[in-house]
Each structure stands twice: as C-alpha cells, then as structure tokens.
Design a protein around this ligand. Structure first.
Ligand SMILES: NC(=O)c1ccc[n+]([C@@H]2O[C@H](COP(=O)([O-])OP(=O)(O)OC[C@H]3O[C@@H](n4cnc5c(N)ncnc54)[C@H](O)[C@@H]3O)[C@@H](O)[C@H]2O)c1
Length: 317
C-alpha cells in the first residue's frame, strides 16, 4: 500500500482543528498535531486517528520533530482573540508573528510541499466599505489583525525567496461544534441562553459580520492543500453574507427555542470592526470553494451540538 501523506496541523486540538483533523483523517491522510493546549483540548480529537504532540510552535526543537517527514503543513496555532491582543500586544506578537515565522522557516528547511496559513478577513482589513476582497487595502485596527498581516507577509516572502508553496486563507467568523472554549458571539449567546442570563451585545447591534460554518472552513483548507495554487496566494474564505449582531442574536434565540430571551446592550469595545463581510469569488475561481451550510441551518446544528455535548442534557429545560 502506498505511504499515506503526512500533514502537520499546528493548533490541531483547537476549534477549527477539531473539524479539519477529522476531515483530513477521513480522507486518508496521516495526521500529526502540534499543540500546546492553551486554548485547545486533546479531548477535541478523542477517537480520531491522529498523532498528538504536546509542544509550542515557538520551540524549534518541538517544531523540527513535528515537521519531520510531513508533506504539508496547515498552520492554525495562534493567539486568536482580538480583545486579548489589545490588552497584551506583546504576547500576541510572540505567538502569532514569531510563531508563524518559526513554522514557515521550519517548513522551508524540511522541504514541505505546501504550507496553508490561517489568516483573518475582518481584523486584517479593518474598517473598509464591505464587501472586502483580495484587492482591499489591509489596515488592521487591532494587534491581532496586524499579526496576521505580518504572517501573510512572511508567507509571500518565503514563496518568492525560497519557492515555498504557501497559501493564506482569510477566514470569516467561524462557528460550529467544538467551539465551547471560544469567546465568539455565537458561543457566548448559546451559553447565555443555556444559563438563563441575558445575551450581551457590545454596541447597538448594527455592527455586522460574515459567519461561516467550520465544516466549510475545513473544506476550504483541504482544497488549499490539494489544489495546485501559486505560492504566496491570499484568498478570502467567507459566506459573502452580511449579518448584524442583532439578527444573529435573533437567529440564536430562534434555533434554541427561546425567541423572547432577554438581550442587554453594552458599550462598543475597541479594536472591533464595525461592518464586515467578504466576497469569495477568487477562492471559488482558484480553489473551487463554495460555502454549503446556510446560517440558520448551521446555527441549528451548532445549538444541538452544544445542547447534547456541552450542556448536560438534564440541565436543558
Ligand atoms: N475561529 C474564527 O472565527 C477564526 C477567524 C479568523 C481566523 N481564525 C484563525 O484560525 C486559526 C484557528 O482558530 P481557532 O478558532 O481554531 O482557535 P483555537 O484557539 O481554538 O485554536 C488554536 C489552537 O492553537 C493552539 N496554540 C496556541 N498557541 C500555541 C503555541 N504557541 N504553540 C502550539 N499551539 C498553540 C491552541 O492550544 C489551540 O488548540 C487561528 O490561526 C485563528 O487566528 C479563526
């Protein structure tokens, strides 16, 4: 039998990793995960055919051992919180900029065939008239957005200087199962509903986002691994649909069967963009990417996952 291609997934025990590793393992790849479990959890990969290595992407020895023999890398490990990046920009820089540099450098030395980087749409572009796309001028308004732009810069430079086949995917706001440790709106809204506490909205509820189910992100990541795309390419992976935070809260309340659950409005937080959604035409053209899960359907599935897997069934009234 032919040797299966080994893929190193950094941060594979996190939220996106849980969906991606399952998908790649089911597609026949041999998966190795390097994760320091800061926000990830080995339980996310329970029962999945993947090798788990506990270690930090900033540790060249751990990274060198993890990357040995890998045909490709998907780099998901990051400090992913906009709010925490505003509070502690140095810590964010260390993981996201130094860490991403180390991953690219290790991939170059190991001769990896492809490196796929997780980047971000909204936080990297900043306040721009949506829909944004690959021609929009990046103007990050948080240290997190700036760190992801730096990673894209190194990915492009490593493609040109060393021929490393990098591709950066700018994710929209991702939601779905295994997001119980995330601080994103959907996780917090479902938790609030479950606990009987008001849903908290920062700002007046008119700010908008582009929400994408994690299975659509995982399918885009797999396409990025498998399609022959020029090194240094950057693509927006999005739903192309703009949803306000108030609309999102209404949908969350509806799928949870609590349409009258209370909502509390608090002052807007710094570093957050006001309006954001992205066009994915280039990803469709280059990867054949197309989102398949609508927001109402995806939220219903996510609520059911939270209800069955996170909130003890006996606690749900
Ligand atoms: N979730 C989203 O909405 C979203 C949107 C845009 C971009 N992204 C990007 O997608 C990627 C995955 O995000 P996620 O939502 O799964 O986040 P996550 O926090 O659930 O996963 C990140 C994983 O990386 C690990 N990690 C963090 N620092 C590490 C380090 N120094 N060494 C080794 N492992 C480390 C964590 O333990 C965790 O398992 C990140 O790069 C994030 O910036 C996510």
């Amino acid at each position: 039998m032919a040797e299966r291609t080994c893929i190193l997934v950094t941060g594979g025990a996190g939220f996106v990793g849980a969906a991606l590793v399952r998908r790649l393992a089911a597609s026949g790849y041999r998966i190795r995960v390097l994760d320091n479990f800061t926000t990830g959890d080995p339980a996310h990969l329970a029962g999945v055919d993947a090798e788990l290595i506990e270690g930090d992407i900033r540790d060249p020895r751990a990274l060198g051992a993890a990357i040995a023999g890998a045909g490709a890398v998907v780099h998901l490990a990051a400090a992913g919180s906009v709010v925490m990046s505003v509070a502690d920009p140095a810590a964010n820089f260390d993981v996201n900029v130094v860490g991403t540099f180390r991953v690219l450098d290790a991939a170059r030395r190991a001769g990896a065939g492809r490196v796929v980087l997780a980047s971000t749409g909204g936080a990297l572009i900043g306040d721009a008239a949506p829909p944004v796309d690959e021609r929009s001028l990046p103007k990050p308004i948080s240290p997190y957005g700036a760190s992801k732009l730096a990673g894209e810069g190194y990915a492009h430079a490593f493609a040109k200087a060393y021929g490393l086949r990098t591709i950066s995917l700018r994710f929209a706001n991702v939601y779905g199962p295994w997001s119980e440790r995330k601080q994103g709106a959907i996780t917090l809204f479902f938790r609030a509903i479950h606990r009987g506490e008001p849903i908290v909205i920062y700002g007046d509820g008119t700010s908008t986002r582009d929400y994408l189910h994690v299975d659509d992100i995982a399918s885009a990541l797999q396409l990025a691994l498998e399609k022959d795309v020029a090194g240094g390419t950057v693509l927006h992976i999005a739903s192309g649909t703009e949803t306000s935070v108030s609309e999102l809260a209404d949908l969350c309340r509806a799928v949870a069967g609590r349409p009258d659950h209370p909502v509390e409005y608090r002052p807007r937080r710094p570093g957050e963009v006001e309006r954001n959604f992205a066009a994915y035409d280039l990803a469709r053209q280059v990867l054949g990417y197309e989102p398949t899960i609508g927001l109402a359907d995806g939220l219903r599935r996510t609520w059911e996952w939270f209800r069955d897997e996170v909130f003890a069934p006996a606690e749900v009234s």
